[in-house]
Design a protein around this ligand. Structure first.
Ligand SMILES: Cc1ncc(COP(=O)(O)O)c(C=O)c1O
Length: 368
């Protein structure tokens, strides 16, 4: 029985609706920057509760657009080392320097003490990454700290569509927030992303950047900066709109699956904390073992065809690309120690009881 690392959920009705909307779009001949993208921007930003949305063709694009939108150049941006490589890469691609901070051992979120240590005169922003469905439990403290130091706060919400902390949605804490709708995420548009902000200036700069640097205030076709094209297509927006209808139900289902898996694996792994004021969207279920899990992950994949994974090992600062830039062991000791003992269990909406049993019994067998 194969268990994929992730699997998007589309009912028969969803597929019919998507096909019908795609057909309409193809018949109209208008495949970009039209009603579906606008509707997706409107519905997603309303759902999160932010004023200005910019739909993009990926989460990576959303991250770069948001840094560009803040108009930061040649500056340091603090980012956790335990994130997908796109987070620090977006900092470099926007002409800035990523500075890696360490993580908390229980939430896997960026460590505030480490952020404080890494600040220099050249720091302009902190990019927080909410991990695996959990909004950083200390996000208010981090927000306050950024305000006090005059730093922008960028939220990478790629893992946390619909998640909340203290009844506040992921994506409402930062000056700007970015989401990914890649096919493995809590909701998907195939490929896609979105930038959200409440600040009109940030919005205008972001919109300009993803549209070749176009000045939308001018009635002529005028380009005022070097931008690029990172726009979402109508077809991706159609898929995203259909998924958004089910997001709450997806999150509920993910929480139910996690409850079952945690019961089955009780005592074997130390799971990511789930504070009582958090609505977790469980992109993945993260557990830490006393011993290294790197071989366990390989065995689970080869022997059982279960796509468990690491999240994220090696951490970004030890990836060859960042070693080449001078990063090395000792920079983020908690991440270096914990991430090699971590295992990310797949969670997807249509996971069956049988798959949950197989997943937990196989892990139990290998850990015995
Ligand atoms: C934390 C994080 N940031 C950024 C991204 C990039 O998103 P995308 O794959 O949509 O470009 C991802 C997802 O893959 C991610 O997990």
């Amino acid at each position: 029985m194969k268990i994929p690392g992730a699997r998007p959920s589309f009912s028969k009705e969803d597929i019919n609706e998507i096909v019908s909307q795609v057909t309409k779009s193809l018949e109209s001949g208008i495949l970009s920057s039209s009603t579906n993208v606008k509707e997706f921007e409107k519905q997603f930003s309303n759902y999160v509760g932010q004023k200005y949305p910019i739909a993009t063709n990926s989460g990576t694009s959303a991250l770069e657009a948001s840094v560009r939108a803040l108009d930061i150049k040649n500056s340091e941006i603090i980012v956790p080392t335990n994130t997908f490589i796109a987070s620090p890469n977006s900092i470099i691609n926007s002409g800035n320097i990523p500075v890696f901070a360490d993580m908390e051992e229980d939430s896997f979120a960026i460590n505030l003490g480490s952020v404080r240590e890494k600040i220099t005169k050249n720091t302009k922003a902190v990019m927080v990454v909410h991990i695996a469905g959990l909004v950083h439990p200390k996000i208010e403290e981090l927000k306050e700290f950024c305000k006090e130091k005059g730093l922008y706060l960028i939220e990478d919400c790629s893992h946390v569509e619909g998640a909340e902390l203290g009844n506040k949605k992921a994506g409402t804490f930062g000056d700007v927030s970015c989401f990914s709708f890649y096919a493995t995420k809590v909701m998907t548009s195939g490929e896609g992303g979105i930038v959200l902000t409440n600040n009109e200036e940030i919005y205008n700069r972001g919109r300009m950047f993803i549209s070749h640097g176009r000045n939308f205030q001018s009635d002529q076709e005028e380009y005022i900066e070097v931008g690029t094209n990172l726009r979402m297509s109508e077809l991706n927006a159609i898929v995203g709109l259909q998924q958004l209808k089910h997001l709450e139900e997806f999150i509920k289902k993910r929480n139910e699956i996690v409850k079952t898996l945690k019961e089955k694996l009780q005592g074997l792994l130390t799971f990511q904390v789930h504070p009582s004021n958090a609505k977790h969207s469980y992109y993945k279920l993260l557990g830490v073992h006393q011993k290294e899990t790197l071989d366990l992950i390989k065995t689970m994949r080869s022997k059982y065809e279960i796509e468990v994974a690491s999240l994220y090992y090696p951490p970004c600062h030890l990836q060859p690309v960042y070693r080449k830039l001078g990063h090395k062991e000792g920079e983020c000791p908690v991440a270096e120690n914990v991430l090699k003992r971590l295992i990310a269990l797949p969670i997807f909406v249509d996971m069956t009881e049988e798959q949950m049993d197989f997943l937990s019994s196989s892990i139990k067998k290998e850990l015995a």
